[in-house]
Design a protein around this ligand. Sequence first.
Ligand code: CP3
Length: 364
Amino acid sequence: MTEQFEPLKNDLLLRAAKGEKVERPPIWVMRQAGRYLPEYHEAKGNRDFFACCRSPEVASTLTIQPVERYAGLIDAAIIFSDILVVPQALGMQVEMVDKKGPHFPEPLQSPDDGQYEKIMQKQVDVKAELDYVYNAITLTRHKLKGRVPLIGFCGAPWTLLCYMVEGGGTKLFVQSKKWVYKYPKESQALLQKITDVCVEYLALQVAAGAQLVQVFDSWAGELSPEAFKSFSLPYLRYISSNLPKRLKEMGLEPVPMTVFAKGAWYALDDLCESGYNVVGLDWQHDPAESMKVARGRVTIQGNADPGVLYGGRPAITAAVEHMVKGFNGGKQGWIANLGHGVTPFVDPEDLKFYFEEIHRLTAQ
Ligand code: CP3
């Protein structure tokens, strides 16, 4: 399947993800294609967000923008899409409201609402429903011409459940908590349903050309350590153990897998045993402390506070120095990133400086 693409000229990310010793740490950042880039707004124009995701031409252009702007400085592309395409594939309507974020006009209310049954019964055709993502991935691989590897992704089941029941972003998680504490069995059945779609979705992304996959559990930090063990971790593990099996059935080689469970500092040890090659950290982890916990079991990805990019050059240098030192110089077991996605209003030149400082401080 992959022989149709040009060979990779830069495979640092894949080697580091597998735990190999590397010349320097690979670098990329979450949300590297996005609103802080003027060229993003230009290419997007007044198109709807999900229309951009559905157009392989637009999605591939947006994916490659940071690779071109930061040529020679970053070592991966991540496909331009969104975690909420999975709830869409499950039959839910999701809109992206300008300056507000995602909105579900009809979130799931309770296990007795007709919608829950409908979702649970739906035979999701993961190939057909999300075909536009696979097409975008294949087109992007062609356009990348082997410059850097392409990352595929999905949302973690717990995070997707939160969006499906809250209907959008939230501070209180009233509905999510109601679901897991009042309807634990029905929540777990829904989580499994989402998980099955995620496994197939990631496998098809790999078949289309994704070279590493990342699972984003952005709301993991809302759970207690105990609840994380019931409502998040088993599904993250199910993905890491079943994706390789599914790829094998499809006649494909396994790819490295990354888990990013934001806020789940309490679960770092468990995440190191969860079957992923890479564990992404938010900025609430101290690099050196996290290396002590990880004990070489996984590669660590992260993790400076994206907010440091608002703080000017000396602050950026200090943050990079702290990471490089904590991650033992960075030549094994580290993929440089931020602790979460790059935020709007960041000056792209400051992000460039962040990349340059990682290069400077990890050279020899
Ligand atoms: O560059 C990349 O990282 C690839 C593209 C990407 C997007 N969303 C594009 C996007 C990825 C990997 C995501 C994942 C995603 N989407 C997550 C997990 C990562 C995280 O940030 O925790 C989550 C929780 C979402 C859901 C989502 N999508 C929200 C909450 C929002 C609105 C607020 C925000 O942070 O931007 C989106 C919209 C979205 N997804 C935009 C982009 C570029 C902004 C759209 C716009 O207004 O133009």
